[in-house]
Design a protein around this ligand. Structure first.
Ligand SMILES: Cc1cc2nc3c(=O)[nH]c(=O)nc-3n(C[C@H](O)[C@H](O)[C@H](O)COP(=O)(O)OP(=O)(O)OC[C@H]3O[C@@H](n4cnc5c(N)ncnc54)[C@H](O)[C@@H]3O)c2cc1C
Length: 349
């Protein structure tokens, strides 16, 4: 029987960063993941965008989340000698005077002026992006290369011999007074970081799950070097060389990771309204975002079995949310500090 401080199920961005912080704190961790089956983290653009929505509001707790996210990803870049945090501003289009005026008014507010402005350079878009009424810019935005980060950590965990590729079988958990046993693994705590599939977990299936399927394309646009991310009804995100991530769609049923013809058509129609240059579709992906009805991440302990934990609900913003809340959960685990009431799963049931 191998003993660990924590067993983590799922190695998306939630499980990866929780394991990362726990290992740094000197804990023994073992991870079980079914080779990223349907993992949202392998499909996401990884956009960190502090200002979202038609109402132009700051994302929840972004003033704390954003600097912590950047510091975490920069630290990982140094430790693993890789580039995952790509600082890139977002150019956001407006179709009429009302939209642009709303933006301009917000852009001079004290709490928003660091993030958005109504002045930006767009001459370089001529002939590439169709003309719009006006453009604004969002600063402090970034693309985090989540698929690369997940792959690098998978190899790291495998090298440390702490990652097992397996579909976790709930029927095999033996819950004893102060620990659980799973096959030949024994631990006081098991933490489920299963993304949207936690709705099939018999211990957490009664949480208010509400997942959203999303589809995206990888396209090649030859000979245009777009540096910023474009948000114009659709996101066009420069990745490497002449490749761009394009997305995404939202579907609240048909929850699976199979790309559909309908979503592809929708994405291409929206793309054609924006792009003026030829492009080639290279890849088409689908995955499901783990969302709860109250639109907040959740972490903490099962209502009956305190040996069973969860870290989930990263929704549409895993790249910006995961670092801060993984560190928060880690601190709770290591020092017993209380969980923030807004994310404590005990307040959700
Ligand atoms: C199209 C799309 C675009 C997105 N764009 C962005 C974006 O630009 N910015 C952003 O911040 N967020 C974005 N997101 C959201 C982001 O992907 C999620 O918030 C985040 O990836 C969720 O991470 P997670 O670790 O909770 O879940 P996941 O990444 O889904 O990982 C769950 C892991 O658990 C494993 N697992 C589940 N059940 C089991 C089991 N029973 N046994 C073993 N292993 C299991 C899976 O194999 C998987 O590896 C996007 C999502 C989609 C779908």
């Amino acid at each position: 029987m191998k003993q660990y401080n924590y067993i983590i199920v799922g190695q998306g961005i939630a499980g990866t960063l929780l394991a990362y912080f726990l290992l740094k704190a000197g804990k023994d961790v073992v991870i079980i993941d079914e080779q990223h089956k349907g993992a949202a983290s392998k499909v996401a653009a990884g956009i960190i965008n502090p200002v979202t929505g038609r109402r132009i509001v700051k994302s929840w707790r972004i003033d704390d989340l954003l600097p912590f996210a950047e510091a975490t990803y920069r630290q990982i870049e140094q430790e693993f000698d890789l580039n995952i945090y790509h600082q890139k501003n977002i150019l956001r289009s407006f179709d009429n005077n009302k939209q642009f005026t709303d933006w301009s008014v917000k852009s001079v507010r004290e709490d928003m002026c660091d993030y958005i402005s109504d002045e930006c350079e767009t001459e370089h878009l001529q002939g590439i992006i169709r003309p719009h009424y006006a453009w604004g810019e969002i600063h402090d935005t970034a693309r985090v290369d989540l698929p690369l980060l997940i792959d690098i950590f998978r190899n790291f965990f495998i090298q440390k011999n702490i990652l097992f590729t397996d579909n976790f079988n709930y029927e095999k958990i033996i819950i004893e007074d102060h620990h659980i046993i799973y096959n030949d693994l024994k631990s006081p705590k098991i933490i489920f970081c299963e993304g949207w599939r936690s709705r099939f977990n018999p211990y957490f299936n009664d949480l208010p799950h509400e997942a959203a399927k999303g589809e995206s394309l990888i396209i090649r646009i030859p000979d245009v070097a777009l540096n910023q991310m474009i948000k114009s009804g659709i996101f066009i995100v420069p990745t490497v060389d002449d490749r761009y991530w394009v997305g995404s769609t939202y579907a609240w049923d048909d929850l699976n990771d199979t790309p559909t013809e309908a979503a592809r058509t929708d994405l291409l129609q929206r793309l054609d309204k924006v792009l003026e240059v030829p492009y080639e579709v290279l890849e088409h992906h689908a995955a499901v975002r783990p969302v709860f009805k109250h639109r907040r991440p959740v972490m903490g302990w099962h209502k009956t079995f305190s040996q069973l934990g969860i870290f989930n609900g990263l929704g549409t913003k895993g790249a910006s949310i995961a670092p801060y809340w993984a560190a928060h959960f880690c601190e709770h685990l290591c020092t017993g500090t209380p969980l923030d009431a807004e994310v404590d799963v005990g307040n959700v049931w």
